[in-house]
Design a protein around this ligand. Sequence first.
Ligand code: B12
Length: 214
Amino acid sequence: MGDGKYEELRSAIVEYNNELAVGAVKAVVEQGLDPLEALEVMTEAIRDIGDRFGKGELYLPDLIGASSAMLSAMPIIDEELKVRGTKREGLGIIVAGTVYGDIHTIGKTMVATLLMAAGFTVYDIGVNITPEIFVDAVRKHEADILCMSALMTMTAPEQRKTIVALKEAGIRKKVKVMVGGSAITQEFADSIGADGYDPIAPGAVDLAKRLMGS
Ligand code: B12
Protein backbone atom coordinates (compact mmCIF):
# COMPACT_ATOMS: atom_id res chain seq x y z
CA MET A 1 0.00 0.00 0.00
CA GLY A 2 3.02 2.24 -0.25
CA ASP A 3 2.47 2.92 -3.97
CA GLY A 4 1.00 6.39 -3.48
CA LYS A 5 -2.62 5.49 -4.39
CA TYR A 6 -3.69 6.25 -0.86
CA GLU A 7 -1.19 8.99 -0.05
CA GLU A 8 -3.83 11.73 0.03
CA LEU A 9 -5.93 9.69 2.44
CA ARG A 10 -2.98 9.09 4.73
CA SER A 11 -2.15 12.80 4.67
CA ALA A 12 -5.75 13.66 5.53
CA ILE A 13 -5.52 11.63 8.75
CA VAL A 14 -2.10 12.84 9.84
CA GLU A 15 -3.06 16.44 9.01
CA TYR A 16 -6.43 16.06 10.82
CA ASN A 17 -8.28 17.28 7.72
CA ASN A 18 -11.88 16.02 7.67
CA GLU A 19 -12.70 17.51 4.26
CA LEU A 20 -9.61 16.01 2.65
CA ALA A 21 -10.40 12.62 4.24
CA VAL A 22 -13.92 12.61 2.81
CA GLY A 23 -12.63 13.74 -0.62
CA ALA A 24 -9.85 11.14 -0.62
CA VAL A 25 -12.21 8.29 0.29
CA LYS A 26 -14.71 9.41 -2.35
CA ALA A 27 -11.85 9.34 -4.89
CA VAL A 28 -10.94 5.81 -3.74
CA VAL A 29 -14.52 4.69 -4.39
CA GLU A 30 -14.74 6.49 -7.74
CA GLN A 31 -11.50 4.87 -8.92
CA GLY A 32 -12.87 1.45 -7.97
CA LEU A 33 -10.09 0.89 -5.42
CA ASP A 34 -10.57 -1.42 -2.46
CA PRO A 35 -12.38 0.29 0.46
CA LEU A 36 -10.82 -2.23 2.85
CA GLU A 37 -7.36 -1.10 1.76
CA ALA A 38 -8.42 2.50 2.35
CA LEU A 39 -9.57 1.52 5.83
CA GLU A 40 -6.24 -0.18 6.47
CA VAL A 41 -4.37 2.96 5.38
CA MET A 42 -6.40 5.10 7.77
CA THR A 43 -5.95 2.58 10.58
CA GLU A 44 -2.18 2.52 10.04
CA ALA A 45 -2.05 6.33 10.09
CA ILE A 46 -4.10 6.56 13.27
CA ARG A 47 -2.04 3.79 14.87
CA ASP A 48 1.12 5.82 14.25
CA ILE A 49 -0.54 8.80 15.90
CA GLY A 50 -1.64 6.63 18.85
CA ASP A 51 1.94 5.35 19.26
CA ARG A 52 3.37 8.88 19.19
CA PHE A 53 0.73 9.95 21.72
CA GLY A 54 1.83 7.05 23.95
CA LYS A 55 5.45 8.26 23.71
CA GLY A 56 4.45 11.82 24.65
CA GLU A 57 5.36 13.19 21.20
CA LEU A 58 1.76 14.15 20.40
CA TYR A 59 -1.09 15.41 22.53
CA LEU A 60 -4.80 14.82 23.07
CA PRO A 61 -5.94 17.28 20.35
CA ASP A 62 -3.82 15.30 17.86
CA LEU A 63 -5.61 12.08 18.78
CA ILE A 64 -9.00 13.76 18.54
CA GLY A 65 -8.16 15.49 15.24
CA ALA A 66 -7.03 12.24 13.63
CA SER A 67 -10.00 10.37 14.98
CA SER A 68 -12.39 13.02 13.70
CA ALA A 69 -10.87 12.87 10.19
CA MET A 70 -11.16 9.09 10.16
CA LEU A 71 -14.70 9.14 11.53
CA SER A 72 -15.85 11.60 8.87
CA ALA A 73 -14.63 9.26 6.11
CA MET A 74 -16.01 6.04 7.65
CA PRO A 75 -19.64 6.37 6.43
CA ILE A 76 -18.44 6.43 2.80
CA ILE A 77 -16.37 3.28 3.35
CA ASP A 78 -19.30 1.59 5.05
CA GLU A 79 -21.63 2.52 2.19
CA GLU A 80 -19.21 1.16 -0.42
CA LEU A 81 -18.75 -2.08 1.55
CA LYS A 82 -22.52 -2.46 1.61
CA VAL A 83 -22.73 -1.87 -2.16
CA ARG A 84 -20.03 -4.49 -2.74
CA GLY A 85 -21.55 -6.88 -0.19
CA THR A 86 -18.18 -7.13 1.58
CA LYS A 87 -18.05 -8.02 5.25
CA ARG A 88 -15.35 -6.17 7.10
CA GLU A 89 -12.87 -8.49 8.79
CA GLY A 90 -11.77 -7.29 12.17
CA LEU A 91 -11.66 -7.91 15.86
CA GLY A 92 -15.34 -7.02 16.31
CA ILE A 93 -17.96 -4.32 15.98
CA ILE A 94 -18.27 -1.68 18.69
CA VAL A 95 -20.82 1.05 19.27
CA ALA A 96 -19.42 3.84 21.45
CA GLY A 97 -21.04 6.89 23.01
CA THR A 98 -21.37 9.13 26.04
CA VAL A 99 -24.59 8.71 27.99
CA TYR A 100 -27.67 10.92 28.05
CA GLY A 101 -27.25 14.27 29.80
CA ASP A 102 -23.48 14.17 29.38
CA ILE A 103 -21.65 16.08 26.67
CA HIS A 104 -18.08 15.17 27.65
CA THR A 105 -16.59 13.74 24.50
CA ILE A 106 -12.80 13.59 24.92
CA GLY A 107 -12.34 10.34 26.83
CA LYS A 108 -14.95 8.54 24.76
CA THR A 109 -13.29 9.71 21.54
CA MET A 110 -9.89 8.58 22.83
CA VAL A 111 -11.25 5.15 23.65
CA ALA A 112 -13.02 4.92 20.28
CA THR A 113 -9.84 5.95 18.46
CA LEU A 114 -7.61 3.44 20.24
CA LEU A 115 -10.17 0.69 19.63
CA MET A 116 -10.24 1.60 15.95
CA ALA A 117 -6.46 1.65 15.80
CA ALA A 118 -6.40 -1.80 17.41
CA GLY A 119 -8.53 -3.18 14.57
CA PHE A 120 -12.09 -2.96 15.85
CA THR A 121 -14.82 -1.46 13.69
CA VAL A 122 -16.11 1.42 15.79
CA TYR A 123 -19.31 3.39 15.37
CA ASP A 124 -18.87 6.47 17.55
CA ILE A 125 -22.42 7.74 17.90
CA GLY A 126 -21.48 10.81 19.91
CA VAL A 127 -22.56 12.32 23.20
CA ASN A 128 -25.86 12.79 25.07
CA ILE A 129 -27.09 9.38 23.87
CA THR A 130 -30.35 8.05 25.31
CA PRO A 131 -30.76 4.35 26.15
CA GLU A 132 -33.17 4.03 23.19
CA ILE A 133 -30.60 5.40 20.75
CA PHE A 134 -27.92 3.08 22.15
CA VAL A 135 -30.28 0.12 21.71
CA ASP A 136 -31.12 1.16 18.12
CA ALA A 137 -27.42 1.57 17.26
CA VAL A 138 -26.50 -1.82 18.73
CA ARG A 139 -29.25 -3.41 16.62
CA LYS A 140 -28.46 -1.48 13.45
CA HIS A 141 -24.72 -2.19 13.50
CA GLU A 142 -25.07 -5.70 14.97
CA ALA A 143 -22.54 -4.65 17.61
CA ASP A 144 -20.50 -7.17 19.55
CA ILE A 145 -19.67 -4.59 22.23
CA LEU A 146 -21.35 -1.47 23.56
CA CYS A 147 -18.87 1.03 25.01
CA MET A 148 -20.42 3.67 27.27
CA SER A 149 -18.73 6.66 28.84
CA ALA A 150 -20.04 8.83 31.73
CA LEU A 151 -18.15 11.68 33.35
CA MET A 152 -20.62 12.89 35.95
CA THR A 153 -22.12 11.26 39.03
CA MET A 154 -25.48 12.60 37.79
CA THR A 155 -25.17 10.80 34.44
CA ALA A 156 -23.59 7.52 35.57
CA PRO A 157 -27.04 5.95 36.26
CA GLU A 158 -27.77 6.27 32.53
CA GLN A 159 -25.44 3.33 32.01
CA ARG A 160 -27.67 1.21 34.22
CA LYS A 161 -30.76 2.44 32.34
CA THR A 162 -29.15 1.50 29.03
CA ILE A 163 -28.38 -2.02 30.26
CA VAL A 164 -32.02 -2.34 31.36
CA ALA A 165 -33.13 -1.07 27.93
CA LEU A 166 -30.95 -3.70 26.22
CA LYS A 167 -32.63 -6.37 28.38
CA GLU A 168 -36.10 -5.04 27.56
CA ALA A 169 -35.24 -5.05 23.86
CA GLY A 170 -34.20 -8.73 24.22
CA ILE A 171 -30.63 -8.13 23.01
CA ARG A 172 -28.63 -8.00 26.26
CA LYS A 173 -27.19 -11.47 25.73
CA LYS A 174 -26.06 -10.60 22.19
CA VAL A 175 -23.86 -7.68 23.20
CA LYS A 176 -21.09 -7.23 25.77
CA VAL A 177 -21.24 -3.96 27.68
CA MET A 178 -18.13 -2.10 28.77
CA VAL A 179 -18.29 1.07 30.80
CA GLY A 180 -15.90 3.84 31.76
CA GLY A 181 -15.41 7.54 32.30
CA SER A 182 -14.20 9.35 35.37
CA ALA A 183 -17.51 8.91 37.22
CA ILE A 184 -17.32 5.12 37.00
CA THR A 185 -15.67 2.61 39.34
CA GLN A 186 -15.30 -1.16 39.16
CA GLU A 187 -17.81 -1.44 42.00
CA PHE A 188 -20.38 0.62 40.09
CA ALA A 189 -19.76 -1.35 36.89
CA ASP A 190 -20.37 -4.61 38.79
CA SER A 191 -23.50 -3.23 40.44
CA ILE A 192 -25.15 -2.42 37.10
CA GLY A 193 -24.23 -5.76 35.52
CA ALA A 194 -21.69 -4.43 33.01
CA ASP A 195 -19.34 -6.99 31.47
CA GLY A 196 -16.26 -4.87 31.97
CA TYR A 197 -14.73 -1.61 33.18
CA ASP A 198 -11.35 0.02 32.91
CA PRO A 199 -10.16 3.40 34.17
CA ILE A 200 -7.94 4.17 31.17
CA ALA A 201 -8.26 4.14 27.39
CA PRO A 202 -5.45 1.64 26.62
CA GLY A 203 -7.05 -0.66 29.20
CA ALA A 204 -10.29 -0.37 27.24
CA VAL A 205 -8.57 -1.98 24.25
CA ASP A 206 -7.33 -4.98 26.28
CA LEU A 207 -10.76 -5.25 27.87
CA ALA A 208 -12.51 -5.27 24.47
CA LYS A 209 -10.15 -7.98 23.23
CA ARG A 210 -10.85 -10.05 26.33
CA LEU A 211 -14.60 -9.61 25.89
CA MET A 212 -14.26 -10.85 22.30
CA GLY A 213 -12.35 -13.86 23.61
CA SER A 214 -9.11 -12.95 21.80
C1 B12 B 1 -13.18 19.18 29.72
C2 B12 B 1 -14.33 19.15 30.72
C3 B12 B 1 -15.53 19.75 30.32
C4 B12 B 1 -15.75 20.30 28.92
C5 B12 B 1 -16.09 19.14 27.99
C6 B12 B 1 -15.56 19.39 26.58
C7 B12 B 1 -15.82 18.21 25.69
N1 B12 B 1 -16.19 18.50 24.46
O1 B12 B 1 -15.68 17.06 26.09
C8 B12 B 1 -16.96 21.27 29.16
C9 B12 B 1 -16.39 22.62 29.50
C10 B12 B 1 -17.95 21.41 28.03
C11 B12 B 1 -17.55 20.65 30.41
C12 B12 B 1 -18.86 20.86 30.81
C13 B12 B 1 -19.37 20.45 32.03
N2 B12 B 1 -18.73 19.83 33.01
CO1 B12 B 1 -16.96 19.09 32.78
N3 B12 B 1 -15.19 18.58 32.87
C14 B12 B 1 -14.20 18.58 32.01
C15 B12 B 1 -12.90 18.04 32.67
C16 B12 B 1 -12.03 19.25 33.06
C17 B12 B 1 -12.07 17.10 31.84
C18 B12 B 1 -12.84 15.91 31.27
C19 B12 B 1 -11.96 15.22 30.26
O2 B12 B 1 -12.10 15.44 29.06
N4 B12 B 1 -10.99 14.44 30.75
C20 B12 B 1 -9.98 13.80 29.91
C21 B12 B 1 -10.49 12.47 29.43
C22 B12 B 1 -9.39 11.83 28.58
O3 B12 B 1 -10.76 11.66 30.56
P1 B12 B 1 -12.07 10.75 30.70
O4 B12 B 1 -13.18 11.31 29.94
O5 B12 B 1 -12.24 10.39 32.11
O6 B12 B 1 -11.66 9.43 29.92
C23 B12 B 1 -10.61 8.58 30.32
C24 B12 B 1 -11.06 7.40 31.16
O7 B12 B 1 -12.14 7.74 32.00
C25 B12 B 1 -11.35 6.31 30.16
N5 B12 B 1 -12.69 6.18 29.61
C26 B12 B 1 -13.55 7.15 29.17
N6 B12 B 1 -14.65 6.61 28.66
C27 B12 B 1 -14.51 5.27 28.74
C28 B12 B 1 -15.36 4.24 28.33
C29 B12 B 1 -14.97 2.92 28.57
C30 B12 B 1 -15.87 1.83 28.15
C31 B12 B 1 -13.72 2.64 29.18
C32 B12 B 1 -13.33 1.24 29.44
C33 B12 B 1 -12.87 3.68 29.57
C34 B12 B 1 -13.27 4.98 29.34
O8 B12 B 1 -10.46 6.57 29.10
C35 B12 B 1 -10.11 7.95 29.04
C36 B12 B 1 -8.62 8.06 28.87
O9 B12 B 1 -7.90 7.38 29.83
C37 B12 B 1 -13.49 17.29 33.93
C38 B12 B 1 -12.53 17.18 35.12
C39 B12 B 1 -12.10 15.77 35.39
N7 B12 B 1 -11.30 15.64 36.40
O10 B12 B 1 -12.51 14.83 34.74
C40 B12 B 1 -14.76 18.09 34.20
C41 B12 B 1 -15.96 17.40 34.87
C42 B12 B 1 -16.16 16.01 34.32
N8 B12 B 1 -17.06 18.27 34.50
C43 B12 B 1 -17.91 18.42 35.48
C44 B12 B 1 -19.09 19.20 35.38
C45 B12 B 1 -19.93 19.32 36.62
C46 B12 B 1 -19.46 19.83 34.18
C47 B12 B 1 -20.67 20.72 33.94
C48 B12 B 1 -21.98 20.28 34.61
C49 B12 B 1 -20.26 22.13 34.35
C50 B12 B 1 -21.37 23.15 34.36
N9 B12 B 1 -21.72 23.53 35.56
O11 B12 B 1 -21.86 23.51 33.30
C51 B12 B 1 -20.78 20.69 32.42
C52 B12 B 1 -21.63 19.48 32.01
C53 B12 B 1 -22.24 19.58 30.70
C54 B12 B 1 -22.89 18.27 30.36
N10 B12 B 1 -24.22 18.23 30.38
O12 B12 B 1 -22.22 17.29 30.13
C55 B12 B 1 -17.49 17.67 36.73
C56 B12 B 1 -18.33 16.44 37.02
C57 B12 B 1 -18.50 16.27 38.50
C58 B12 B 1 -19.18 15.01 38.82
N11 B12 B 1 -18.43 14.08 39.41
O13 B12 B 1 -20.32 14.82 38.58
C59 B12 B 1 -16.00 17.44 36.48
C60 B12 B 1 -15.42 16.17 37.13
C61 B12 B 1 -15.26 18.70 37.01
C62 B12 B 1 -15.35 18.83 38.53
N12 B12 B 1 -14.30 18.40 39.23
O14 B12 B 1 -16.31 19.28 39.01
N13 B12 B 1 -16.67 19.92 31.08
